[in-house]
Write a protein that binds this ligand. Structure first.
Ligand SMILES: C[S@@+](CC[C@H](N)C(=O)[O-])C[C@H]1O[C@@H](n2cnc3c(N)ncnc32)[C@H](O)[C@@H]1O
Length: 270
């Protein structure tokens, strides 16, 4: 599938972010916000990652595919904790390179495969994986329907998929909708809601959680952590970008608190 210039620009931004994410200051902030230090860019916390291991039934006999895997959070953690094999897919090379280094450091390289690929057009054979996960991936790409359909094709008949996604709340006025879009991930908008898209692509919803309250709490910790590390962070990214970043967290937190954007978890089966 061809990428738009906006999608290519986003991949470049993620690539630069993954390189910076390994600095001491970014890792300290991440520990405070999500309880991990992989260089993550989703809002998945360590306790959510523990929950995913249980929801997906991961163990040494299962093979997990993590899409939009970034620098390995939370997939490498899930592999290390459960003993499952894992295949990581993403587009920015820096993220997957850092993930490979982390897997080597954690002594789990033999269980880990990485692949640069578009989650919307995956070339794995049918019925390849016992479990599929993605953390805030679908709000970072345009072809959400194609990703869900590709996942349905490559999951085994008794497999499961668990994913989190950030979306615009339903029933907003035009003004509220604009504010939601401004404060969410770049591709937060979708023509259909996730329940309909899952149904259209052959998935059944097994469990659902609204994670918006925990999203707000994480965003609030992000703001506090950034302010606590203001000098080091401004040195790393520049003073102007630091100020924009902190203002962005404030506006995002207000939009979540006002019920304009939400974060949800879906556990689905074929
Ligand atoms: C919010 S980040 C999550 C990264 C990581 N899983 C984490 O939790 O930190 C979303 C990831 O999706 C990736 N992504 C966006 N569009 C993609 C696509 N079409 N195919 C594969 N990955 C994509 C981005 O490069 C980014 O690394």
């Amino acid at each position: 599938m061809r990428f738009t210039s906006e999608e290519m620009a986003q991949t470049k931004r993620f690539d630069e972010l993954y390189a910076k994410s390994q600095s001491d200051v970014m890792l300290s902030i991440e520990r405070r916000v999500c309880g991990c230090d992989y260089g993550g860019t989703s809002w998945t916390t360590r306790s959510e990652a523990d929950g995913l291991i249980t929801l997906l039934g991961l163990n040494s006999r299962t093979h997990l595919l993590d899409l939009g895997a970034g620098s390995g959070w939370p997939a490498l953690y899930m592999a290390k904790t459960s003993g499952c094999r894992v295949t990581l897919v993403d587009l920015p090379p820096n993220g997957l390179r850092i993930a490979e280094q982390r897997a080597a450091k954690d002594g789990i390289s033999a269980m880990v495969t990485t692949r640069i690929a578009d989650a919307a057009s995956l070339s794995f054979p049918d019925n390849s994986f016992d479990a599929i996960s993605h953390s805030d991936l679908l709000c970072c790409l345009m072809h959400k329907h194609s990703v869900l359909a590709a996942c349905r094709r490559i999951v085994r008949p008794n497999g499961r998929m668990a994913f989190t996604v950030i979306s615009v709340a339903p029933g907003l006025s035009a003004k509220q909708h604009r504010r939601a879009v401004e404060n969410g991930p770049e591709f937060i908008e979708s023509d259909d809601d996730y329940t309909s898209m899952l149904e259209q692509t052959g998935w059944k919803i097994v469990a659902y959680q609204d994670l918006s309250a925990s999203y707000a709490a994480s965003c609030s910790r992000q703001l506090e952590a950034d302010e606590a590390h203001s000098d080091d962070l401004a040195n790393l990214i520049g003073s102007n970008e630091y100020l924009e970043r902190v203002a962005g967290w404030r506006a995002k937190l207000a939009a979540i608190d006002d019920g304009l954007i939400r974060r949800e978890l879906f556990l689905v089966a074929p």
